[in-house]
Design a protein around this ligand. Structure first.
Ligand code: FES
Length: 138
């Protein structure tokens, strides 16, 4: 697997997404409260563009009749074509999590210095990269 730098982490605010072309594939990268997750931009049902899907949360029953809570706001992605829903963190389908899932990619945030520091330093010149970058492993 190769690592690909796709952009600045600061360019994707919490709750937002970034669509990146990574090794010929479209990957949708989501920022969920500072954690980044990547999904292949192709729905496993019939190929809908997941990057165009709306995000939602879960309505979960409470312990008493009529009690419920809304949890995981923004962590469930609904495909724009037929409404299948996927957990952004795992890619698993909400309807059949054991059988259907959107392809996921490992995403991490690296300090610029971790990515670009190394043998490529000019003699007597201090090079620093301060910002964080989103890195996708494909
Ligand atoms: S293509 Fe995504 S739900 Fe049908």
């Amino acid at each position: 697997m190769a690592r690909h730098v796709v952009g600045l982490a600061s360019a994707v605010a919490s709750g937002e997404r970034l669509v990146a072309e990574v090794a010929g594939r479209k990957v949708v990268i989501f920022n969920l409260g500072g954690e980044f997750f990547g999904l292949f931009n192709r729905c496993p049902h019939q190929g809908g563009d997941l990057c165009l899907g709306r995000t939602t949360g879960l309505v979960e029953a409470g312990s008493e009749p009529g009690e419920y809570s809304y949890t995981r706001r923004g962590e469930i992605l609904r495909c724009p074509w037929h409404g299948w829903e996927f957990d952004i963190r795992t890619g698993k389908s909400r309807a059949e999590p054991g059988r259907i899932r959107a392809k996921t990619y490992e995403v991490e945030v690296k300090r610029g210095a971790e990515l670009f520091d190394g043998p490529y330093q000019a003699e007597n010149v201090q090079v620093k990269v301060e910002q964080d970058y989103i890195v996708v492993e494909v």
